[in-house]
Design a protein around this ligand. Structure first.
Ligand code: BES
Ligand code: MN
Ligand code: ZN
Length: 490
């Protein structure tokens, strides 16, 4: 973890220091001249630095007998969103590494800092910490390039923001753990591995929070009649693990929140086999599970005032002689029967039984997170999650939490009329609809298992895994939803 301090006093220039100065568009040249003198200002202008979003200009100067790297970062003219603050901090740290020991992030030229509150400290700390994230455990030590930055000094008179730093660092740690799980290959991150991870969460928290783990095995799930989940998992060969983590706050809880995460540790498509290109990357099909398990750990560390449950029906979706078949009829734990018309629509089957299980806990709210449909990526692109709910108030709360956390989300409808598509001639329903509207028919399918619950479904098929660096993410697992969950539970 970085050591981050927030001060209005400029620190002395030392060796291996990078100074990042954030500048907004208007009047940039004048400010530069005042800060660094006319020749530097001229060079920056010639280098097309005008303080626009994304502008960068780098130079070095000798100061106090040390060589200091200076990087000018453009902020643009518009007030930054939460997401923008996170990526700005990320950019600043990346500008300093690899090579510097200290980053001095100068925000003094930014006027009207919004939010100049602990939330700003939180967002900046997240961006800084996440910029040090690498998934390099499978790379030879000699070839790894870990971040060299150890200390960050944020320069700004709005020192109230520093109160949010520790919170941001805790959130970033939770996000990084979720990234590790998503980046971990499916031959390592199996259902058993997820269950062991959940046990490790309990171990790490045993002295500071009340967290209990229950893992249901196949026979337990059979007793509960989880036919849809069991159908997906019956192929094996990895044994299924139904994971249930519970955090209880000290004092009276505001209510009970169930976080259900899709935990398909590899999605081959089953007998409706995916083509090779589409199968590549399907180790990420447990991104929802990663988010809920890691968010629960973060929630316990932050001592949120809610009772929180993380529920994951973990399994692989594989092919083999004992795989579930097209035309099979599965019976879910709420008694509903489902005719399978595509074994690649497995996530909703695992979630069906997990949502029924959550409902039995009589939660105040149930939220599910799932890399559920390619259709959601078609609808919203790779960075934005699709949010579906029948509950206006809860949905609005979720969307505003995601805005404050800086994770992009957009609501999609749950049009009752499309339930037609889920009709089966021989069962209560089938597991897929038609081609058009695939994200919302998946949501409608889930709604059959959340009756009476205040529930939000978040399809994270796009943002769970980033293909090109974006915001605070490099290529790979993003840990999407962890930050919003922790904001929501605040
Ligand atoms: N895990 C996939 C969804 C997915 C696709 C996530 C691409 C991330 C990137 C899911 O299990 C799936 O295969 N969904 C099918 C549903 C279809 C068969 C109705 C899909 O989206 O094609
Ligand atoms: Mn699938
Ligand atoms: Zn899947």
């Amino acid at each position: 973890m970085l050591s981050i301090e927030w001060t209005s006093q400029e620190p002395a220039t030392t060796a291996l220091q990078t100074l990042v100065v954030v500048l907004a568009s208007p009047d940039c040249a004048t400010v530069l001249e005042r800060l660094f003198g006319a020749p530097t200002a001229q060079a920056a202008v010639a280098g097309r630095f005008t303080g626009r979003l994304g502008d960068q200009f780098r130079f070095a100067r000798e100061r106090d007998g040390s060589l200091q790297t200076v990087v000018l970062l453009g902020l643009g003219a518009d007030a930054p969103t939460a997401g923008r603050w996170r990526s700005l901090a990320h950019e600043a740290l990346r500008a300093a590494q690899v090579g510097s020991l200290q980053l001095v992030l100068d925000l003094r030229q930014v006027t009207g800092l919004t939010p100049a509150t602990p939330q700003l400290g939180n967002l900046l700390a997240q961006g800084l910490e996440l910029a040090t994230y690498r998934y390099d455990r499978y790379i030879a030590e000699a070839r790894r390039k870990p971040s060299t930055v150890q200390r960050v000094t944020v320069l700004s008179e709005h020192t109230a923001a520093s109160e949010g730093l520790a919170r941001g660092q805790t959130i970033a740690t939770a996000v990084a753990r979720a990234r590790d799980l998503v980046n971990g290959p499916a031959n390592e991150v199996t259902p058993t591995y997820l269950a062991e991870f959940a046990a490790a969460v309990v171990g790490r928290l045993k002295d500071c929070a009340d967290v209990v783990l229950e893992v249901l095995e196949r026979e337990d799930c059979e007793k509960l009649g989880m036919g849809c989940y069991l159908g997906v998992a019956q192929c094996g060969p990895q044994p299924l693990k139904f994971i249930h983590l519970r955090y209880t706050p000290k004092g009276e809880a505001k209510g009970r929140v169930c976080l259900v995460g899709k935990g398909v540790t590899f999605d081959s498509g089953g007998l409706s086999l995916k083509p090779s290109d589409a199968m590549m990357g399907m180790k990420m099909d447990m991104g929802g599970a990663a988010a809920v398990l890691c968010a629960l750990e973060g929630a316990a560390q932050l001592a949120v005032p809610w009772e929180v449950h993380a529920i994951v029906a973990a399994t692989e979706n594989m092919i083999g002689g004992s795989a579930y078949k097209l035309g099979d009829v599965l019976t879910a734990s709420n008694g509903k029967t489902v005719e399978i018309d595509n074994t690649d629509a497995e996530g909703r089957l695992t979630l069906a039984d997990a949502l029924v299980y959550a409902g039995k806990l009589q939660p105040t709210y149930t939220l599910d997170f799932a890399t559920l449909t390619g259709a959601c990526i078609v609808a919203l692109g790779p960075h934005i999650a699709g949010v579906m709910s029948r509950d206006e108030e809860l949905c609005t709360q979720w969307l505003s939490a995601s805005e404050r956390a800086g994770e992009d989300a957009w609501r999609l409808p749950l049009p009752e009329a499309l339930k037609e598509q889920l009709k089966s001639p021989i069962a209560d329903m089938r597991n897929t609809g038609e081609r058009w509207g695939g994200a919302v028919t998946a949501g409608l399918f889930l709604s059959e298992f959340t009756e009476g619950q205040r529930w939000v479904h978040v399809d994270i098929a796009g943002p769970a895994m980033v293909r090109k660096p974006f915001g605070v993410n490099d290529e790979g697992g993003s840990g999407y939803a962890v930050a919003t969950i922790l904001e929501f539970l605040r």
